[in-house]
Design a protein around this ligand. Sequence first.
Ligand code: ADP
Length: 490
Amino acid sequence: MRILQVSAEIFPLLKTGGLADIAGALPAALNAGGCDVRVLLPGFPAIRAGLEGSSSVGTFRTAWGETVELLYGHLPALARDGLQQGAYVLVAPGLYDRPGNPYEDANKQAYADNHRRFAALGLAAAHLAHGLDTMWRAQLVHSHDWHAGLTSAYLAFWPDLEAPKVPSVFTVHNLAYQGVFGPEYFSDLGLPGKAFSVQGMEFHGQLSFMKAGLYYSDHITTVSPTYAREIQGHEQGCGLDGLLRHRQQNLTGILNAVDDTVWNPGTDRAIAHNFDTRRMAGKAQSKSELQLEVGLAQDAEAPLFAVVSRLTEQKGLPLVLAAMDEIVTRGGQLLVLGSGETWLEQAFVKQAHARPDRIAVRLGYDETFAHRIFAGSDVTLVPSRFEPCGLTQMYGLKYGSLPLVRRVGGLADTVVDTDLETLEDRTATGFVFEALDETQYRRAVRRAFALYHRRAEWNRVRQTGMRLAFDWPTAAQHYIHLYDQLIRTT
Ligand code: ADP
């Protein structure tokens, strides 16, 4: 099957969150499963820099009159087992030649022309599905998140009515980010007038790229079974729950997986002391060195809680701030790595200044430091308000840092709370609380301390978590099955 994957980010070239990890790992897993996958990406500087051996496959024109060129080459950073990853990259310097974050400027303001930047991405995908590259034509297009949401609209309204229909899959990584723009930009999209209606991409008088993806794709997936259910309800539906309920026969939750070549404490080159379930000494060494690195007291007995996250309300971080004392007064330590909303950044920094031996905060984005944190910490905190899948709790599990999470979205699907029963059946892997409520969060922290003081049981829970697979071959099979069905029935 020839599959075109469309996304705005891809690990390791450009990443702002979990989307990039999945966009980076899924193609290799699909290729290993027998697919022929090529990726399509905007020509951001980091992506252009990672593209090798490229040549032009053609150009197309946007509705606002810009000519966009498509290059085809390969991305050595994504090569696996000697197999190169083919990639199409859009060249439109006026749209993409901006360093740093792909969506916003240095002042954290969304770029004013984002509708054009990502409409061009969707349009390029539709062109590739309809023969722009005479050497390779996609049989199915799989697009990710709102940035690629217009792909399925362009496919649905492809002007050549004789052209064979190309099925589309749209994956929601986070329904809260919708790509909503003013109606005055509709003419830039070059879609027929009927696309701007309730039966289309119109959303409260605005244009919604997310809604276009949900409405026009043949099948919708999201990144965990629980989130697939939650987004059909009012609380997590972000105003799109009605449409999602309507499309529930074409909506599937496929749990994300962990890329073992990147996230494996036994082989990870980002950590100095590798470890696995049979050789745990490296875990203790990693903790001691991490404490030293960030200026925390080098205390093997102090449970080290960690946050590696975008600093946003979504991640439930106000709870961590409000209940910091629960960790500190019990003799624990907290390390935060993140960047995001200024008020959260400042609040964490203030706490760290007050208790430098117990609380450390590093603002910014640092991929290899994140690996050292999972390796050196005891507990990974993910008390999210909502969480489509969440990767950090899975990384925590793999690296023996027990996740403490709220029972929501993918967190509910990946972490088993520790209680007497789950200890007895050896299924416990972490700490789970229900409501987004300080008391419940505090009680979960207390349970983490209680288990930490029962070392034999702690170690057993940790071993259970480290053995979980979350493997890509299994996740890829779900996608392959879906593609196969869609290609056969379209
Ligand atoms: P989301 O996609 O909502 O941000 P996920 O848990 O799905 O959340 O994925 C987050 C990814 O980003 C993980 O790979 C995590 O390790 C990484 N990450 C988040 N913040 C940082 C940071 N400040 N530095 C390094 N990696 C980070």
